[in-house]
Design a binder for this molecule. Structure first.
Ligand code: ARG
Ligand code: ZN
Length: 457
């Protein structure tokens, strides 16, 4: 569900000789400034239906991905991103398609061209032991083997380790994820659990539905032994939390606070954008960080503290509902999620946001680069993106006052609900609400090299 076309790589647009317009291949990447090969051009996915089965004993995943998409040009072939695994076959609109693989690019060539504007359905069947991906900053994502199963996390690029797709946040889609696991294990994913049943051979099949548009990096799948708890938040939103029994007791009190935290966030950030919520809490050895996977963020027990829960829930508005147009815009996610922590401290812990701002200002690591210009993939989650990003928001608050600032907090996710937005969209929006030019603030705080002389510059 790409909303603008500015980012789409043009690919080859020449038409065939002899007058008849012929399709050409879709681009192999969306020219993201930090990850040029991520995503693919020439089509727009509306829905993924994944049918998976996993056996932790062998580590083997069997998968079938059914991808419903619309062509945005005449296509002779198009790419999906997929890393590792073995592709057994592919179809487009029911007919076998030729398959080619080169690195993380999977190319499908249908028998007949797909016309610009036509909806089509591609299926890919695949199998193998999914890979753990090591990011430029050394963190692990993709498919992680856990003590009793596996965990899929995908920021920024790991989701291509477990299903083929258009793996750039620019192309958001609905997901239906059907997973079969051995008896005694559970499979937990995004959205709502539509059904759960036993197969003839005693395994369990769960069907998860994530109806609202989701960037692929926010898809998750947790397979293992879990204690699950269900309740309701905000009057109508089903809450489902899954916790590894080994860390259940130590995390129980905070897990129970999820509905009230969401309530507080809704008062400040506007209506909750999704129809489900919850959390997945794993052992510390299973994962080294927390991630805001859509509707159901994942945590290690060590990262499951109040500030981090506030942070990952805030991402549901900032990052998940309004997603970054490119990975350079990641500060739009992390600044708001960090500022949510500062607001929590202000509202519940007697620590004004001003104090956290001053602490961040005094932190040398926050000044390594301007938040709107992460220099490389290695720096995507570095301190300036979080701390200097949050300082930008605090400087806006100082300039426009609390009333206008809170209007911006709720107005920004309302304006781009379930879409994508860029840094320029944000600065333009803030100036429109403030009713004045804030170029000086952007120059110093968002784009400026180094630390300003004064915290009020
Ligand atoms: N977005 C996560 C957060 O809430 C951090 C993800 C870290 N991932 C990584 N590859 N370093 O802050
Ligand atoms: Zn974050």
């Amino acid at each position: 569900m790409a909303l603008t076309v500015a980012l789409l790589a043009a690919g080859c647009t020449g038409s065939g000789a002899g007058g008849g317009v012929r399709g050409t291949p879709g681009a192999a990447g969306l020219r993201d400034p930090l990850f040029p090969r991520l995503g693919n051009g020439g089509y727009d996915v509306s829905r993924y239906a994944l049918t998976l089965s996993y056996d932790p004993a062998t580590g083997r995943l069997d998968g079938r991905a059914e991808i419903t998409a619309k062509a945005t040009k005449d296509l002779s072939a198009f790419n999906l991103d997929l890393t590792g695994l073995t592709v057994r076959g592919a179809t487009v609109d029911g007919a076998p398609a030729a398959v080619n693989r080169a690195g993380s690019e999977l190319t499908l060539r249908p028998r007949e061209d797909i016309d610009d504007g036509d909806e089509f359905r591609a299926t890919v069947t695949y199998e193998g032991v999914p890979e753990t991906v090591t990011d430029a900053d050394g963190s692990e994502e993709g498919w992680l083997k856990t003590a009793d199963g596996a965990l899929a996390v995908g920021q920024p690029a790991g989701s291509m380790a477990w299903f083929p797709g258009n793996h750039h946040p620019f192309d958001k889609a609905a997901y239906d994820i059907t997973v079969t696991v051995p008896a005694g294990l559970k499979a937990v994913s995004n959205g709502v659990l539509a059904s759960e049943r036993k197969t003839a051979d005693g395994r369990t099949t769960s069907v998860w539905r994530a109806a609202e548009p989701m960037a692929s990096y926010l898809a998750t799948l947790a397979i293992g032994r879990y204690d699950t708890t269900t309740t309701t938040a905000l009057g109508t939103v089903p809450v489902l939390t899954a916790v590894d029994p080994v860390v259940a007791r130590q995390t129980a009190a905070l897990r129970a606070r999820l509905p009230e935290l969401l309530e507080w966030q809704t008062e400040n950030f506007g209506p909750y954008p999704f129809t489900a919520t919850g959390a997945i809490v794993e052992r510390d050895e299973d994962l080294g960080y927390a991630l805001e996977t859509q509707t159901r963020p994942v945590f290690s027990a060590a990262s499951f503290d109040t500030a981090t829960l506030v942070h990952e829930l805030a991402h549901q508005w900032y990052g998940n509902s309004v997603s970054p147009a490119t990975w350079k815009d990641i500060w739009l996610n992390e600044s708001f999620a960090t500022y949510a922590e500062w607001l929590y401290a202000e509202d519940f812990e007697d620590t004004p946001a001003q104090e956290n701002f001053e602490k961040a200002f005094a932190n040398d690591a926050a000044w390594a680069f301007p938040p709107a210009e992460p220099p490389s993939a290695e720096e995507l989650f570095a301190t300036p993106v979080y701390q200097r990003g949050a300082m930008v928001l605090h400087r806006i608050r100082q300039e426009v006052g609390d009333d206008t600032f809170y209007e911006i907090l709720a107005g920004w996710p309302a304006k781009h609900r379930h879409g994508t937005a860029s840094t320029e969209d944000f600065t333009r929006y803030v100036e429109s609400v403030a009713g004045r030019d804030l170029g000086g603030l952007w120059d110093v705080w968002l784009y400026g090299e180094g630390k300003p002389a004064e915290a009020t510059d």
